[in-house]
Design a protein around this ligand. Structure first.
Ligand SMILES: NC(=O)c1ccc[n+]([C@@H]2O[C@H](COP(=O)([O-])OP(=O)(O)OC[C@H]3O[C@@H](n4cnc5c(N)ncnc54)[C@H](OP(=O)(O)O)[C@@H]3O)[C@@H](O)[C@H]2O)c1
Length: 257
């Protein structure tokens, strides 16, 4: 298998660290996000440091047609994708009814719809190519309901579920799909999602450490990748047995200001 990746949300945070790690292994890549200047700075950094080829395609994946035009731009550039990393996403702290519905729907468009569109298109190509790897960035948020980020948690539940099904459907065709489920990570996410000052947004992991855990799990074809053992234990072995109303209150308190 050759080694060209497409990484969404590469202008910042975990996505930029996926790009750095992939480049450190000698991989070429397409990087995408809305902020073209940040993408070009990353391109220069990685091409200089590692001698890899980095292709920048700025795109708003929250727009209807955004994922399709990204796919078309990759085809037009004649680039075959061996690794797809669906990482772009955002959240929104607060009561669902207080948010603009348009922002909640935009979150679904980015976190869910564009991820499905890109997975559908590139997975087909990977099967035709004889193999490939997909890494979808879900979240521990997808393993419980999330009052004060109701839509965000639900989008990540979708990503966690969808990714595992895709893996089972495609594994015998040479394509694996890993879902990375980080806990809190220190990135722009808290500011973008209005979570600063909440007890959730404290003492997070670094974006670099999380990206490396996810990338290595993807290479091994793991199904679900936690970045911390204690999260794995708490979410798989304790949370499912806790009273649901207690879990709801706990998550709400963690996200309250
Ligand atoms: N940080 C956490 O605590 C945490 C925990 C679990 C899971 N996650 C997930 O990890 C992923 C990466 O988040 P992060 O923490 O690295 O956040 P971040 O620093 O805010 O980065 C988000 C990335 O998504 C891109 N993006 C946002 N809206 C977009 C749009 N409409 N179209 C295209 N790209 C868009 C941003 O680029 P532009 O602004 O340039 O478009 C940026 O590159 C997300 O899916 C998030 O849900 C984060």
């Amino acid at each position: 298998m050759s080694n060209t990746a497409l990484i969404t949300g590469a202008s910042a945070g975990i996505g930029a660290e996926f790009a750095r790690y992939h480049a450190s292994l000698g991989g070429d890549m397409v990087i995408t996000a809305r902020r073209e200047t940040a993408l070009n700075a990353l391109k220069n950094e990685l091409e200089t440091a590692y001698g890899v080829n980095v292709h920048v395609i700025a795109a708003d994946l929250g727009n209807s047609g955004g994922a399709k035009s990204l796919y078309d731009a990759v085809q037009d550039a004649g680039i075959a994708i061996d690794i797809l990393i669906n990482n772009a996403g955002f959240g929104e702290q607060g009561l669902h009814i207080d948010h603009d519905l348009s922002r909640e729907l935009a979150m679904i468009d980015l976190n869910v719809k564009s991820l499905v569109e890109l997975t559908h298109s590139f997975a087909r190509d990977m099967v035709a190519q004889g193999g490939g790897k997909i890494l979808n960035v879900g979240s521990t948020a997808g393993m419980m309901p999330g009052p004060l980020q109701a839509v965000y948690f639900a989008t990540k539940a979708f990503v966690n579920s969808y990714s595992q099904s895709i893996d089972e459907e495609l594994r015998d065709k040479g394509v694996t799909c890993t879902v990375l489920v980080p806990g809190y990570v220190e990135t722009e996410f808290a500011a973008v999602s209005g979570l600063e000052g909440t007890s959730l947004a404290k003492n997070g992991a670094t974006a670099k450490s999380v990206a490396i855990v996810g990338y290595k799990a993807m290479l091994k074809g793991k199904l679900v990748a936690f970045n911390e053992l204690k999260l794995n234990i708490a979410l798989n072995w304790i949370l499912p047995f806790a009273p649901r109303r207690l879990v709801l209150r706990m998550v709400k308190n963690m996200q309250a200001k």
